[in-house]
Every structure is written in structure tokens, then in C-alpha cells.
Design a protein around this ligand. Structure first.
Ligand SMILES: [Zn+2]
Length: 278
């Protein structure tokens, strides 16, 4: 495949705390944008893995990019197959040294977009767990793919009168009726939201970890279109994350009843932004 169009690619990835390793993985090019968000374990020192969550996200992301970016001419390997292959390769890289049956074994969310064809007119997407893919397909068509199944588990338990603890929610991980993340079993790749669409009118797209969508889905200060406009501005993804940090800091110092953020004040934040020229 020959790429006949210019694609402007910008991205930023920032740890939630300067004292902790960034557990997001980001890779972006004109045809492929991938963001993984390593799942924070309940107890950092108790995961059964000697490598850690950042290693897991980095290793899985590297294998996924290698498989999804392979160009064998006519054959296109579906993104779910690429993710399944990456999960197996990552599992094999530490099955001999680590306890992968540990309930808090390293895991990651995955969001990816792949553009195909000489004119980039075919688009594949994959979303597994709470990251987001935003597509501006022109003519007021804005599509957002997110996977809310982890949050749904908590909401369902609360609706049933339970105050869900972290271990209780985690017990639904990678189980039918629960929620799915990439961990050690390739089957979870086939639980991802996937699709292939006509991208003829594509104007711009973003792939983001949940730490980089908080201005929209936690604080409500932007809508999805506003997020794409901000990413297209001169300060781009880095400016977007800086604005997220400002809002998080203001929220953390607000009176408890007025706070919108839950859990950690800052989360690892990663976003890739692609804009093909017409
Ligand atoms: Zn390990």
C-alpha cells in the first residue's frame, strides 16, 4: 500500500505523578494510533509479576503495534487477532517467572485506530475497557467509541444495594457478564468493541486513555467535539493534558461536596491526534 496523503500526527503522554512510572503506552503514526492504559493494581507490590504494570503495557503495546502494522500486501489481519497475538506473546514473555493466575496480575486497556488503503479511506477501530476513540467523519458526523462495562459493573452492584469494593468489582474482570481487559488470556481480545468503517470523509481522529478524557466525561467542561478542537489547536495534546491537570488541581481543592473527580487526583494521560490533509 502506498500512502498518498499527508497525515499530521501529534501526541502527548504524561504520568499522573512525577514519582510514579507512566503506565500508559502510546504509539502513533500516519496509519496506526494505539493507546494502552495499564490497570493500577490494588496493591502495587502484590501482583504476582516481577516486571510491573508499565512493563506489561509497554510489552503488550509493542507486540500489538508490530502485528497491527504489518503490511503483507492484500491480507489485513483483524485488530482483534493482532491483540490476541500480542496477549499471547506478552504472556509467554513472563509465564516462566511470574504468577499469571494472580487475580491482580498486570492488565491493560487498549484503544486503537488503523487507516488502510492508498487514500486512507478504510478505518479499523478497537476499544477494550475504558479508553476512547473519537472520529470526526465530516459533515457533522462525530463518532465516539468507549467501553463502559467496568463502570457498569459498579453501577449494577450499587443499583442492587451493594457498596462495591475494589476486590468485588475486580472479581468481574474477564468474566462473561463482567468486563474485559487485556491480561493473560487471548479470548479477551474478542470481547473488544471492533469495527471497520468507510473513512472517506475523515477529518480528524483521537485515541485517548481515560486520564485524557476527564475534561469531557468527569468534569464536563468540554464535549467530544470541543476536545477535538482543542487537540487541533497550536498547543495540541500537550496543552490538552496541561488543561486537564489545572482542572484536576482546582477540583481537588474544592469543597468535598463540589468535587467532580473520584479516586486519584491525577491519572496517567495519553492522547494521539491524527489529521489527514484533504
Ligand atoms: Zn511478569
Amino acid at each position: 500500500m502506498r500512502l498518498r496523503r499527508t497525515v499530521h500526527v501529534t501526541y502527548a503522554s504524561e504520568p499522573g505523578s512525577p514519582d510514579l512510572e507512566n503506565e500508559d503506552f502510546l504509539s502513533a503514526g500516519p496509519r496506526l494510533a494505539v493507546v494502552l492504559d495499564g490497570v493500577t493494581p490494588m496493591v502495587r507490590t502484590d501482583t504476582g509479576c516481577r516486571h510491573g504494570v508499565a512493563w506489561y503495557a509497554r510489552t503488550l503495546g509493542g507486540h500489538f503495534v508490530r502485528l497491527a502494522g504489518r503490511d503483507d500486501g492484500q491480507v489485513t489481519v483483524p485488530l482483534a487477532d493482532c491483540l490476541a497475538g500480542a496477549i499471547v506473546a506478552t504472556r509467554d514473555a513472563h509465564a516462566g517467572t511470574c504468577d499469571l493466575a494472580h487475580p491482580d496480575s498486570p492488565a491493560a486497556t487498549v484503544a486503537a485506530v488503523r487507516l488502510r488503503g492508498d487514500a486512507l479511506d478504510v478505518l479499523d477501530y478497537l476499544v477494550l475497557a475504558d479508553s476512547a476513540v473519537l472520529l470526526d467523519l465530516g459533515e457533522e458526523r462525530l463518532t465516539v467509541f468507549t467501553d463502559h462495562r467496568a463502570g457498569d459493573v459498579g453501577r449494577r452492584l450499587r443499583a442492587e444495594g451493594e457498596v462495591p469494593s475494589a476486590p468485588r468489582v475486580r472479581s468481574f474482570r474477564n468474566r462473561p457478564g463482567g468486563y474485559w481487559v487485556a491480561a493473560d488470556r487471548p479470548e479477551s481480545a474478542y470481547e473488544a468493541l471492533v469495527g471497520t468503517i468507510d473513512a472517506t470523509g475523515l477529518r480528524r481522529l483521537a485515541v485517548a486513555s481515560d486520564g485524557a478524557t476527564r475534561l469531557v466525561d468527569t468534569f464536563g467542561t468540554y464535549d467530544w467535539r470541543g476536545m477535538l478542537d482543542a487537540l487541533a489547536a497550536d498547543d495540541g495534546p500537550a496543552g490538552w493534558i496541561a488543561r486537564t491537570r489545572e482542572t484536576e488541581r482546582a477540583d481537588a481543592t474544592a469543597e468535598p461536596a463540589r468535587r467532580r473527580g473520584r479516586g486519584k487526583v491525577h491519572d496517567d494521560a495519553s492522547v494521539a491526534f491524527l489529521r489527514p490533509t484533504p
